[in-house]
Write a protein that binds this ligand. Structure first.
Ligand code: XBP
Ligand code: MG
Length: 252
């Protein structure tokens, strides 16, 4: 029986890479007097590396090979702390909404008695601020488990964060459904034995999603139907609990 829905955050709950993380990184570079500026195209490439600190390290190795400092990891941590402050500031200004259909599905799932959890690469404070700003602070407790990047040894595409969430929920992967937007996220969820529903973003639309139950442009609303990119044709026009249950029953 389907018992829980587990949501990724960046790209899945909110389309917040281009409007959130990217400008937050660039502002941090400026504030710390670094002569770096990430374009959208460069960021698209850098997104293959999950986790902000890991992404910064990859950028330094590949694009700033002559950069020297005494303690690179401490410097990266400082840039990342500043970037997180900038990102939180953007969230608190209310400029980053949830994606189409996300709030509706969360309300519906909760009303139907499904358990809710989060499995993300980003920091806990980012998740808590996003939920507070969009759904309201009372919704923080609706998510029984929030698995964040720094709580596990390896970030996505490793399965660690999904393994962690399943263990905390005390559920088997066969009792849950994952929601992801990226190939790294799908590989992570699949590695933990979970089936996934994918909603693409502009950054992930050219990726491959072998093994996903269905690939959509978004979760849809009754008056804003989703487009199916890959999957079995359906009469459903938005991802409702009924549709999730149908997908779950077909592929269990
Ligand atoms: C996507 C990511 C994150 C964010 C940045 O995470 O790779 O690294 O881009 O977050 P997910 P931090 O889709 O799993 O939510 O800078 O806080 O690491
Ligand atoms: Mg994601």
């Amino acid at each position: 029986m389907l018992k829980a829905l587990i949501f990724d955050v960046d790209g899945t709950l909110a389309n917040n890479e281009r409007e959130g993380h990217l400008p937050a990184f660039n502002l941090a570079f400026k504030q710390l007097e670094l002569d770096w500026m990430w374009s959208e195209d460069l960021y698209h490439e850098l997104l293959k590396v999950t986790g902000g600190r890991e992404r910064l390290k990859h950028y330094l190795n590949k694009y700033q090979p002559n950069f020297v400092c005494e303690d690179v990891d401490a410097w990266i941590a400082q840039i990342h702390r500043q970037k997180t402050l900038n990102f939180i500031d953007l969230l608190e200004r209310g400029t980053i909404p949830l994606r189409t259909g996300v709030a509706r599905l969360i309300f519906e799932a909760k009303a139907a008695g499904l358990r809710l959890a989060i499995a993300t690469t980003t920091s806990l404070v980012n998740v808590e601020t996003l939920i507070t700003q969009t759904l309201g602070v009372e919704y923080l407790s609706a998510f029984e488990v929030i698995g964040a990047g720094d709580m596990v040894a390896q970030k996505k595409p490793a399965s660690d964060v999904y393994d962690y969430v399943l263990e905390k929920l005390n559920l088997a992967p066969s009792e849950c459904m994952a929601f992801e937007d990226s190939s790294n996220g799908l590989v992570s969820a699949s590695g933990a034995g979970l089936k996934s529903i994918i909603t693409l973003t502009e950054y992930t639309q050219s990726e491959t999603f072998d093994g996903a139950l269905v690939v959509l442009d978004h979760l849809g609303e009754p008056n804003t139907p989703f487009s199916m990119i890959d999957g079995q044709p359906t009469a459903h026009t938005c991802v409702s609990v009924d549709y999730v249950q149908e997908l779950y029953a077909q592929y269990r």
